[in-house]
Design a binder for this molecule. Structure first.
Ligand code: PBG
Length: 341
């Protein structure tokens, strides 16, 4: 009885340890304890909603491969922004589908294009109620669906693509976005955009670099939503090889050196090791993109009753936060924000 565990020692024969069992369960006992001791939280301010705006639409159109996601008109994107603000969502990132495409993607920097138009309308409607981001890439604007103009062999020409990104970024800055997020994975894109913005007086517009963006099969549904499926080829000559982890360290370091204000890893859940490495190495804010395929898999399984969709989505985004992301881009931002309120 000297070990103080008499109440467990009614049967004399029962073995009694001299050492108390470590009680990991003590702090898991009630919802209040679990809430108090949670190491990671889903703050809606750190959620960013990706949004598709399409020129010439009369009404929002559902995206078949992404249940709950739509291509928006300028008017419906404003309503969505208001919903996001009401739910406490911290930001919105705009993607555009133009009325016309050509080999150079010249509608990417049209001030009357879908992204600048939506940016101005959202800013008018909600002011600084959310952080407004614009994705910068040419794949939605070229008729071949690649991230910039192509050479004779069908490979994206690095510097010509970067030049287009600078024009795009300036157009979006002019329309009032807070942040531009270059996603094309061309070399030198961050430095060029920083130089372009500063030269035009947009020193306050920030750059979130898609620093470690992989050539991923999980982008499939996005390409339906953004109408950016390639006529032929793939993006493996510029996006990263999924086999590579150390290479991501170099990509991240370069974007820091080029002047990025924040870094991004994409996709998110299949790349938590890359995210954890980025967190350990850099003090810059870190974002992760839970991409269309990650969203669609959960939605598809939930639709069949094979998984609890809301719980699985929550667990995925929490895991992405736990691995080191400060911000998470997710198509479920509004639903997640609502249920963490
Ligand atoms: C490029 C871009 C893509 C995504 C975000 N920016 C597609 C691609 O690289 O092919 C994918 C996002 C998603 O799958 O949700 N503009």
């Amino acid at each position: 009885m000297s070990d103080g565990r008499a109440c467990f020692d009614r049967e004399r024969e029962a073995p009694v340890s001299r050492f108390p069992t470590v009680r990991m369960r003590r702090l898991r006992r009630t919802p209040a304890l679990r809430r108090a001791f949670a190491e990671t939280r889903l703050d809606p301010a750190g959620l960013v909603l990706p949004v598709f705006v399409k020129a010439g639409l009369d009404a929002p159109q559902p995206v078949a491969s992404m249940p709950g996601v739509r291509q928006h008109t300028t008017a419906s994107v404003v309503e969505l922004a208001q919903e996001a603000v009401a739910a406490g969502v911290g930001g919105m990132i705009l993607f555009g589908i133009p009325a016309n495409k050509d080999a150079e993607g010249t509608t990417g920097w049209d001030p009357a294009g879908p992204v600048p138009t939506a940016a101005r309308a959202v800013r008018d409607a909600v002011g600084d109620g959310l952080v407004l981001w614009a994705d910068v890439c040419q794949c939605e604007y070229t008729d071949h669906g690649h991230c910039g103009p192509l050479d004779d062999r069908g490979t994206v020409i690095n510097d010509a693509a970067v030049e287009a990104y600078v024009r795009d970024a300036l157009t979006y800055a002019e329309a009032g976005v807070d942040l531009v997020a270059p996603s094309g994975m061309m070399d030198g894109q961050v430095a060029a955009i920083r130089g372009g913005l500063d030269g035009a007086g947009f020193e306050d517009v920030g750059i979130v670099a898609y620093a470690a963006k992989y050539a991923s099969a999980f982008y499939g549904p996005f390409r339906d939503a953004a109408e950016s499926t390639m006529a032929e080829g793939d993006r493996a000559s510029h996006q990263m090889d999924p086999a590579n982890r150390r290479e991501a360290v170099r990509e991240l370091d370069l974007d820091v050196a080029e002047g990025a204000d924040a870094l991004m890893v994409k996709p998110a859940l299949p790349y938590l090791d890359v995210l954890a490495d980025a967190r350990a190495r850099h003090d810059l804010p870190l974002a992760a993109y839970q991409v269309s395929g990650e969203y669609a898999m959960v939605a598809a399984a939930a639709a069949r009753g094979w998984i609890d969709g809301a719980a699985a989505m929550r667990e995925s985004v929490l895991s992405i936060r736990r691995a080191g992301a400060d911000l998470v881009l997710t198509y479920a931002a509004i639903e997640l924000a609502r249920d963490s309120a």
